[in-house]
Design a protein around this ligand. Structure first.
Ligand SMILES: [Zn+2]
Length: 435
């Protein structure tokens, strides 16, 4: 008996030791990041921000920052409310949110949920189902049991927007009714990486450095960009960024009307409902505006809205003007947690140095002498022609001008910032189409 007890004791100690060791291994990168890596990233980004110089405005349109492909409580996998969305947008300087809530059945009635201005932030309701992002921009009924292509045709012919969501998936890419595609989707980018190390990292760094924790998922989306370029060689297809934000990789609790506690986990699933236990008071705080008394958050709207942002050049902050300019491709995307790209411009000029078109526009070849770009932050401009890099600037340029003989086809700009000892992708513009 004593031998059995002794063996059990050693086994238990061994197991506890192993768990301790595993925890130390899992938490070590986060602790290292907390004291070394992330403070240095933060310092570099702050130093870079000091080099900001507003370029003189050449383009006669305003630039609005917005997030597209965002989910609220109307989706089965989110609990987001206006009290979550709006403060996040305000903190991040976001002017508009184009929601894409999953429909619940075959009949999708838009507008649903939120729309219009809320504390200065413009919200437009939209829908996402099976690789399809749509914003009808006016009241509409979508019957999802119809053929996808005919749904797209109907929304577009009534003045709405239909873009491909999740460009890593199969689509009917040749359907001209789809006006755009995601050239970056945060959810897509996370698919090739285990979330476990990120989870431990967020437990250590979820306070001050959550944005750096989530940046660990970032990879340049080279195959998707190449596919976008190849599609643009045959027809115009606008590139936009999707944060695909749900604020749902979290553990939360709130009181139910009957006094019990509801626990909500990943993807907004109800985990359990239980009586209040004595230890609850140790971990619960006063309810926030949505009623949560406990929140352990991995993804937040605020981190997402700053992670990747669409910059739309538009005459006004209205649904109709934004929609028109999005479809036109008057849009570039930027990884905003590295630096705000407001003020960035890309345009073509003629021999008299007058602007003959901007990003997203088509310009007749005899109306084009120079392609020009300017940036508020210094970095490296890369000019991509029909999918091939044909020119790069120095690594610390604010201005870019390309005046070598210009050919037909598409020209777009990628800009990278000098950070962490390397050039990191920051801005992707829509192309200028030369014909
Ligand atoms: Zn989505």
């Amino acid at each position: 008996m004593t031998i059995v007890k002794r063996i059990l004791k050693y086994l238990l100690l061994g197991l506890l030791g192993l768990i301790g060791l595993l925890l130390i291994i899992q938490f070590t990168p986060g602790i290292w990041h907390h004291w070394v890596t992330y403070p240095s990233y933060e310092k570099e980004v702050n130093e870079l921000a000091k080099l900001r110089k507003e370029p003189s405005a050449q383009i006669n349109l305003n630039t609005y920052r917005g997030v597209m492909h965002v989910h609220s409580y109307l989706s089965h996998d989110s609990r987001g409310t206006l009290d979550d969305l709006i403060p996040a947008a305000k903190t991040d300087g976001i002017d508009f949110i184009f929601l894409t809530d999953h429909p619940h059945g075959d009949i999708d009635t838009l507008p649903k949920g939120f729309r219009g201005f809320h504390d200065g932030v413009l919200i437009e309701p939209g829908t996402e189902k099976q690789g399809f992002c749509a914003w009808p921009l006016h009241p509409a009924i979508i019957k999802w049991n119809a053929n996808r292509d005919s749904i797209a045709k109907k929304i577009v012919s009534n003045g709405g927007i239909v873009f491909y969501a999740h460009s890593e998936e199969e689509h009917n890419w040749i359907n001209p009714d789809f006006q755009g595609m995601e050239i970056y989707n945060f959810h897509t980018d996370t698919k090739d990486q285990s979330p476990v190390p990120i989870l431990f990292d967020v437990l250590v760094n979820g306070g001050a450095y959550r944005h750096w924790v989530l940046r660990q998922f970032f990879d340049p989306q080279t195959p998707i960009l190449a596919h976008w370029d190849s599609l643009n060689n045959t027809r115009k297809i606008v590139g936009f960024s999707a944060i695909d934000a749900h604020e749902n990789q979290n553990l939360r609790a709130r009181y139910l009307p009957d006094g019990r506690i509801q626990w909500v986990g990943n993807n907004a699933h109800n985990l359990d409902t239980m009586e209040v236990k004595f230890w609850n008071k140790w971990i619960f705080s006063a309810p926030d505006k949505s009623g949560w008394v406990f929140k352990l958050l991995v993804d937040t709207y605020q981190t997402g809205f700053n992670y990747v942002t669409n910059y739309v050049m538009s005459d006004s902050l209205t649904t109709s003007s934004l929609g028109k300019n999005m479809k036109q491709g008057h849009l570039f995307i930027a990884f905003k947690s590295l630096g705000d790209a407001k003020g960035f411009q890309f345009y073509g000029t003629n021999s008299k140095d007058s602007i003959t078109g901007i990003l997203g526009d088509s310009i007749k070849i005899d109306q084009l002498k120079n392609l020009k770009a300017s940036s508020p932050l210094p970095g490296q401009f890369t000019l991509v022609h029909n999918g091939k890099t044909i020119n790069t600037s120095t690594a610390n340029a604010y201005q870019f001008s390309f005046s070598e003989p210009i050919e037909k086809g598409t020209y777009r700009i990628e800009m990278s910032l000098n950070l962490q000892g390397k050039l990191i992708p920051w801005v992707y513009t829509n192309p200028i189409y030369i014909y």
